[in-house]
Design a protein around this ligand. Structure first.
Ligand SMILES: Cc1cc2nc3c(=O)[nH]c(=O)nc-3n(C[C@H](O)[C@H](O)[C@H](O)COP(=O)(O)O)c2cc1C
Length: 141
């Protein structure tokens, strides 16, 4: 089974988690839409760009059976970049694991993401949540 880790990270927690997983699984790793603080505030105009970038990633995941996706919770939901990623990737027949980081509240993310993956004919392998503190140094992950 060929695996690939895809991640989106603004503050670095998900980068660290994704790198650890890729090292453990000895598999490929790919960052989706590198973020910076400015981009958070531009997110609405960036949504079309994010969707295009996500669609492009389909060629990268074509030959991978297992997708391991890491990213943050924003506004009690997957961050917009994560939503665009899940909405635009071709998940048909893929085993999908999602790792989300949050600081307080991840709302109904588990159900939202499970439904989204299943609607796209993907197989939900795991959806997990990791609490982090806003400062990398204090991260409990
Ligand atoms: C715009 C924004 C909205 C956020 N909303 C939430 C939230 O609703 N619930 C929560 O627990 N954490 C929230 N957070 C905290 C993020 O989940 C946390 O910064 C993230 O998991 C860290 O991952 P990263 O270092 O990979 O960016 C928010 C962060 C940002 C920047």
């Amino acid at each position: 089974m060929s695996k690939i880790v895809l991640y989106y990270s603004l503050l670095g927690h998900n980068r660290a988690i994704a790198e650890k997983i890729a090292e453990r699984e000895k598999c490929e790793i790919k960052e989706f839409a590198p973020g910076n603080l400015l981009r958070v505030f531009q997110i609405s105009i960036r949504k079309k760009k994010l969707a295009k970038k996500a669609i492009k990633l389909n060629t990268e995941i074509e030959y991978h059976d297992d997708l391991i996706i890491c990213g943050p919770i924003w506004a009690r939901k997957p961050a917009p970049a994560m939503q665009k990623l899940l909405e635009n990737l071709n998940l048909e027949g893929k085993n999908v694991s999602c790792n989300f980081t949050y600081t307080q509240d991840y709302g109904d993310t588990e159900n939202i993401v499970r439904t989204l993956i299943q609607e796209k004919s993907g197989v939900v392998k795991e959806i997990s949540f990791h609490i982090v503190s806003e400062s990398r140094e204090n991260s409990r992950v």
